[in-house]
Ligand binder design. Structure first.
Ligand SMILES: NC(=O)c1ccc[n+]([C@@H]2O[C@H](COP(=O)([O-])OP(=O)(O)OC[C@H]3O[C@@H](n4cnc5c(N)ncnc54)[C@H](OP(=O)(O)O)[C@@H]3O)[C@@H](O)[C@H]2O)c1
Length: 245
């Protein structure tokens, strides 16, 4: 049995909650980083769209890893938001700024904090960022969301190369597919004026073609045992298809 310590940002909902329920090591300690928390998980309360919260998260990494003597350490950054859906120059400015901070600055800074705290830890170490096809495809209404995911992907490529040099933490970025979560429900509730491609997502829902978060979570966990390059940016749908062939 492995002694595992896992942080999941956004463990209170959607894919993050499914990831927490599917942690592949018996008896693992799982710490959720979110605003709401979850009754089954340890909780670091943080509104990650406010940079003042990041110190609390870094302290959690440092405190727990200083005392850690187990086999596996993981940080999965799943927290993210589409809010406010709409066009740059039209949406609420404060809300737009929070989107930029949460989707772009938070993953990089929290990722840095995790790497610093995990640097001397003698264990298997993984850092996983949740990204999106929106990092490279154009979606009017998701400007800072797509830009944030593109930033995360490039951060992962660079940091993966750095960690490879040091024989350090395995760092990857994963596109999960179109998954049946609160985020998708929110897309369907948005007007076409704010998000012109809304119908595509309504159709996927009506045809029952959204991915099941529990299945997606199991596939993400399996990635940790695959021989991926450090800094790999992967699309779960392509990997799943490839391994099924
Ligand atoms: N669902 C999809 O189809 C899809 C597709 C591609 C990529 N993704 C990515 O996958 C990740 C998870 O998405 P999801 O669909 O599971 O989203 P979700 O259902 O909306 O859940 C989002 C999670 O992020 C947390 N979060 C949101 N704002 C936060 C804040 N300001 N501070 C701290 N935590 C915050 C939420 O917790 P609290 O509300 O408790 O704070 C919640 O646990 C995201 O990074 C998303 O971009 C999703």
């Amino acid at each position: 049995m492995s002694e595992a310590l896992v942080w999941i940002s956004g463990g209170s909902g959607g894919i993050g909650r499914a990831l927490a329920a599917a942690v592949p090591w018996d008896g693992a300690r799982v710490i959720d980083i979110s605003r709401r928390g979850s009754p089954d998980l340890e909780h670091v309360e943080a509104d990650l769209s406010d940079s003042a919260s990041w110190g609390t998260v870094a302290q959690s990494f440092e405190r727990e890893l200083r005392a850690f003597s187990g086999d596996v350490v993981v940080f999965i950054h799943a927290a993210g938001t589409l809010e406010p859906m709409g066009f740059a120059g039209e949406v609420d400015s404060d809300s737009y700024a929070r989107n930029v901070v949460l989707n772009s600055a938070a993953p990089q800074t929290l990722g840095h904090g995790f790497l610093a705290a995990a640097r001397e830890v003698d264990a298997r170490r993984h850092l996983v960022m949740l990204t999106s096809g929106a990092a490279s495809s154009v979606y009017a209404g998701w400007s800072s969301y797509g830009a944030g995911k593109a930033a995360v992907d490039q951060w992962v490529r660079n940091v993966g190369a750095e960690q490879d040099e040091r024989g350090g933490v395995q760092v990857i970025s994963v596109t999960p597919g179109t998954v049946d979560t609160g985020m998708q429900a929110h897309i369907r509730e948005t007007s076409e004026e704010d998000f012109p491609k809304r119908e595509k997502f309504v159709d996927l829902h009506e045809k029952d073609e959204l991915e099941d978060p529990d299945r997606v979570a199991r596939e993400i966990w399996k990635l940790l045992d695959r021989d991926l390059d450090n800094g790999a940016v992967v699309d779960l749908r392509e990997l799943t298809t490839a391994s099924d062939e």
